[in-house]
Design a protein around this ligand. Sequence first.
Ligand SMILES: [Zn+2]
Length: 166
Amino acid sequence: MVNNGHTVQINFSADNRMQLEGREYRLLQLHFHAPSEHHLQGRQFPMEAHLVHADADGNLAVVAVLFQEGAENGWLDGSWPVMPGHAGAKVQLKKGVSADGLLPEKRDFYRYNGSLTTPPCSEGVRWVVMKQPVSASRTQIETFRHTLHEPNNRPVQPLNARLVLE
Ligand SMILES: [Zn+2]
């Protein structure tokens, strides 16, 4: 788990795979934004996770999971208590975390093509946005916000001619 000054990121070495539209992607890392970058029906959420995957050709697919404030999130308990507090710090998690456990119960999603939300903001990213938010406690959200000191969300971008599939 790495604090790179822009986000807190968990790097994955194990062989975690996802199938999307007939292609196979491997999970590279997941990281967090607060507040959320995606808005659903105009609503912004206090936090968002991005599960960044790449296929064998280097094409990226990112799964976004939105957090709403509510019950404590048991999945975050595996890493939040040891979150590296300053830029450049990292920690080896004692127990492996399964990215699958972060996903909401319902697996319905929005699908569109877009870009990375951090520089260089490259295009050609396949975005999968889970429709059902998961919950995190106010304390869990505050822990992340305080660690980063400032919001790390890219502003919402124009849709232009893009299709958003459900
Ligand atoms: Zn991100």
